[in-house]
Design a protein around this ligand. Structure first.
Ligand SMILES: Cc1cc2nc3c(=O)[nH]c(=O)nc-3n(C[C@H](O)[C@H](O)[C@H](O)COP(=O)(O)OP(=O)(O)OC[C@H]3O[C@@H](n4cnc5c(N)ncnc54)[C@H](O)[C@@H]3O)c2cc1C
Length: 396
């Protein structure tokens, strides 16, 4: 046997799992298809504070503190909120993912980059992964495998665990990196609602050190041409088009889970973590926190199972019990909130008008965006305001 644990994917889920397992003394191999972790990642790079605090991530990944937030309704009603201590931070995934992988390597994990995993087989007493590096096919064996290879997870498909990607449970995200001529016109984090921007999602601006990420994300089934929506946001939106006039540095697109949760994510000798398991907020699209948390939970479960030399599905199922308890129910509340807020323009406008007058509503909105409130908590805190907003949106 080559390794105790094989991990496919050096994103936040895979590197966090590797760091934990290597620190417990297990031999860990990560296979990463890109030349370096984060090389081709597509992401706004907004991190809630819990990412930095819970996972001891070095502050060198921080490009900017997010000190102010703007939320704009489909009819351009706006609220702005600011916190001296910051709502969270903005990072560059090319740096963030590399730093997370280095933390795992510091603990003893081995990473093979430029190595695309092409096949996974689960045997009765081992797992086998085939990967391609420099045109050569290689084979490696382990006692257990973690599929942390993102939303299009090969590991999930090949092991028959998850094959349920549809245009209704994933979102398409497209974004530009732009260096605007007048950087100061943008707030640290801006969110734009409206069907001409993102029919079941939202548009965003996230400020980095000297450039911005501007993007849109929406459920795939509701979008015909995502690039056109982004072009509208950048070039025609009455507020955004006045701020963004700089050079486009990069243009990227990717899928993200947006309601893809609830499937089976464990079996004999295998667990799925992060996007591969469908863990992103179906409201905000936040995924990095869930990737790292699920990576750590998966690693904890495997650490115990390796210690007991029992890697059967009965032994590994406690992982799914924990993630179901933590997130599956809560994500259903996220789906409900998304339908209310992102798919009903008048309703969203009334809520943002209410927040202009009520500090309490403004606080609830900010704490939802930052992940300080669960989706369920948001729903019940907003409940007193919903009947009025609903009637007002219907009656005008
Ligand atoms: C446009 C967009 C914007 C987003 N913005 C944010 C945001 O601002 N904040 C936030 O919290 N979340 C955001 N997300 C979500 C977030 O990016 C993901 O939830 C998060 O990256 C999931 O981490 P992961 O480790 O599970 O998967 P990934 O980050 O996708 O990592 C998977 C890794 O596996 C590797 N890999 C894949 N297949 C193979 C293979 N066959 N062999 C070897 N390696 C393989 C990949 O190269 C990659 O390094 C955004 C997503 C999108 C699409």
């Amino acid at each position: 046997m080559n390794y105790d644990v094989i991990i496919v994917g050096a994103g936040p889920a895979g590197s966090t799992a590797a760091r934990y397992l290597a620190s417990k003394g297990w031999t860990v191999l990560i296979l990463e298809k890109d030349v370096y972790p984060g090389e081709k990642n597509v992401c706004g790079g907004a991190l809630s504070k819990r990412v930095i605090n819970n996972f001891h991530v070095p502050t060198k990944v921080i490009e900017r503190k997010v000190k102010n937030l703007t939320l704009v309704s489909p009819f351009n009603t706006q609220i702005m909120d600011s916190r001296e201590g910051g709502f969270g931070v903005a990072t560059d995934r090319k740096i963030f993912d590399r730093v997370l992988a280095e933390l795992a390597v510091d603990k003893g994990a081995i990473i093979q980059t430029d190595s695309i995993c092409t096949s996974v087989k689960i045997g009765s007493d081992s797992v086998e992964a085939i990967y391609k590096k420099n045109g050569h096919e290689k084979r490696v064996t382990g006692r257990v495998i973690i599929g942390a290879d993102g939303v299009n997870s090969l590991v999930a498909k090949q092991t028959g665990l998850r094959n349920n990607l549809t245009s209704y449970n994933v979102a398409i995200g497209v974004e530009y990196e732009i260096r605007p001529k007048n950087f100061d016109l943008c707030n640290d984090f801006e969110i734009y609602l409206g069907s001409n921007i993102a029919p079941a999602g939202y548009g965003w601006i996230i400020k980095k050190s000297d450039y911005i990420t501007v993007g849109i994300g929406s459920i795939l089934s509701r979008v015909k041409n995502p690039k056109l929506l982004l072009e509208y946001l950048v070039k025609e939106h009455p507020l955004v088009s006045k701020k963004i006039d700089g050079k486009i540095l990069e243009h990227k697109a990717a899928l993200l889970p947006y309601g893809l949760f609830g499937g089976k994510i464990f079996s004999d000798r295998i667990l799925l973590a992060g996007d591969a398991a469908g863990f992103t907020s179906p409201l905000t699209g936040e995924g990095i926190y869930y990737a790292m948390s699920s990576g750590e939970l998966a690693a904890d479960t495997i650490n115990q199972a390796l210690g007991e030399n029992n890697l059967s599905k009965q032994s590994l199922k406690s992982y799914q019990q924990q993630t179901d308890h933590l997130w599956a129910n809560d994500f259903l509340w996220g789906v409900r909130l998304r339908k209310f807020l992102f798919e009903n323009e008048k309703f969203a406008d009334v809520i943002i008008k209410t927040a202009q007058k009520s500090e309490n509503v403004k606080k609830i909105i900010a704490s939802t965006i930052t992940g300080e409130l669960t989706h369920r908590e948001t729903f019940f805190k907003m409940l007193p305001y919903l009947p009025y907003a609903y009637l007002k949106s219907k009656l005008g």
